[in-house]
Design a protein around this ligand. Structure first.
Ligand SMILES: [Zn+2]
Length: 211
């Protein structure tokens, strides 16, 4: 039975490397894969998945309004597909996660989605939220905090190294840096300006909704 897999992590855990390795493993055996990437991410140019260690592959881009079931079903008319791999899967819509489930259940093609679990405010990305809820298989890829512990969170730092606590979930370009940290160090940086002990703050305050 084909399954929907979600490989989740913070940043710099090697998600794209793992995706490209999996795709290669299929192709090495003469099978066909389809690599998808949302067009929200133009860091490396459209239609490409690039990993930090230098591997890369061409990819088919899609928009947040695209029906991925129709897109993938259309491709299978050109050639059989043995696996679909989705990079930056945190940017999928709820509908698209559902459509990927349909691809596994109706087209019987395994889908491997790779994405970041939470944004710079500690909130789940929509795509990741529904992949965590609906995928058959969840696998964590581990990144490391500067302290050596597993980095489960992503913090956004401005040019001065201060945590950014407000703004849109997706910002392509700009000078902010995204750094993976363990939850303890995420909190220490995110709440640095506050004088109240962190665990006493309601979430509405910590998200920057105050005043
Ligand atoms: Zn840490």
């Amino acid at each position: 039975m084909a399954k929907l897999y979600f490989y989740y992590s913070s940043m710099n855990a090697g998600k794209s490397t793992a995706l490209l390795q999996s795709s290669y493993n299929y192709r090495e055996r003469g099978m066909h894969t389809l690599v998808l990437t949302p067009d929200v991410d133009d860091r490396h140019g459209i239609g490409k998945v690039t990993s930090r260690i230098g591997l890369e592959s061409t990819a088919t881009t899609f928009k947040s309004t695209d029906d991925l079931y129709q897109l993938i079903a259309g491709r299978t008319k050109e050639q059989p597909l043995n696996c679909v791999l989705v990079d930056e899967a945190q940017f999928l819509s709820k509908e698209q996660v559902f459509q990927l489930g349909e691809v596994t259940d109706e087209l019987h093609i395994p889908v491997l989605a790779y994405g970041i679990r939470t944004d710079f405010q500690g909130e789940p990305f929509p795509g990741s939220k529904y992949l965590l809820a609906w995928a058959d298989n969840l696998k964590e890829l581990k990144a490391i905090c500067f302290c050596g512990n597993k980095a489960t969170m992503v913090i956004r730092l401005d040019q001065d190294g201060n945590a950014v606590t407000q703004g849109s979930q997706v910002e392509v370009g700009g000078n902010d840096r995204y750094v993976s940290m363990c939850r303890k160090h995420f909190k220490e940086n995110y709440f640095r300006q506050t004088l109240v002990p962190q665990h006493q703050l309601p979430l509405s305050v910590v998200r920057g909704d105050r005043d």
